[in-house]
Design a binder for this molecule. Structure first.
Ligand code: PGA
Length: 253
């Protein structure tokens, strides 16, 4: 982590929690967290719980995020919801291009770029998720894959839009597998992503928070977050356990 960049610990609840469980989890996070002004805490929750949880967070400094949204603001898109609807619930951040969406819900680079642009348009901060598969890593294609995922968004919104966004590097092989990238592996990739952004704009690259995601937990967070170019974490499984999530948050402080 660098002192000059914003630090972020973000939970990604994915498709978990009944209504009662969501309220319980968010209430415990609010009650037990000891927030530090230098580190942003964010929870990206299922859409259905936005109304309940946005009320719970109202007097806290914890940010509310969503996991996906359509690129149009309204229309005949059965089953979808838009960034403008999320903004009505004080949602401030939006994950775009999570690998589970890319792999299972046909979120290709062009859709990801449109979702990113729509989020910005409605005042949500997009968190662009990028990551390579195990196969791509074995074929030494990691950087090529990550660059093309970033380029597709830069082509649509321009480099300066990244002054209002974060990037999350999530190697697919590390997500939900318990197999974390080592701090050195993650740092190398983060430094290379930042160098790629610096080729387009040194200022943007210098301030762009790049989070790591993929089996980050209470035991490995400190070592990952100690790396110069790792500015925070996007946490799945461990974000559903209050104690673990708060330990990870403290490790960023
Ligand atoms: P994980 O998920 O922490 O459970 O690996 C991370 C993510 O998918 O954002």
């Amino acid at each position: 982590m660098s002192d000059s960049r914003r630090r972020i610990i973000a939970g990604n609840w994915k498709m978990n929690c009944s209504r009662a469980e969501a309220i319980q989890l968010a209430s415990a996070i609010v009650a037990d967290s000891n927030l530090n002004n230098n580190v942003e805490m964010l929870i990206c929750i299922p859409h259905i719980h936005m109304a309940d949880i946005s009320k719970l967070l109202i007097n806290s400094k914890i940010y509310l995020g969503a996991q996906d949204a359509h690129w149009e603001s309204s229309g005949a898109f059965t089953g979808e919801i838009s960034s403008s609807m999320l903004a009505d619930y004080q949602v401030s951040h939006l994950l775009v291009g999570h690998s589970e969406r890319r792999e299972m819900f046909a979120d290709d680079d062009s859709r990801v770029a449109k979702k990113f642009a729509a989020a910005l348009n409605y005042g949500l901060k997009p968190i662009l998720c990028i990551g390579e598969s195990l196969e791509q890593r074995k074929q030494e294609m990691t950087l090529e894959v990550l660059k093309s995922q970033c380029q597709a968004v830069v082509d649509v919104v321009g480099i300066n839009a990244f002054s209002q966004a974060y990037v999350a590097y999530e190697p697919i092989w590390a997500i939900g597998t318990g197999q974390t990238a080592t701090p050195e592996q993650a740092e190398q990739v983060h430094a290379e992503i930042r160098a790629w952004f610096a080729e387009q704009s040194k200022d943007i690259a210098a301030q762009l928070p790049i989070l790591y995601g993929g089996s980050m937990n209470a035991a490995n967070a400190e070592d990952l977050l100690a790396q110069d170019n790792i500015d925070g974490g996007l946490i799945g499984g461990a974000s559903l356990k209050v104690e673990d999530f708060l330990k990870i948050y403290s490790a960023a402080g």
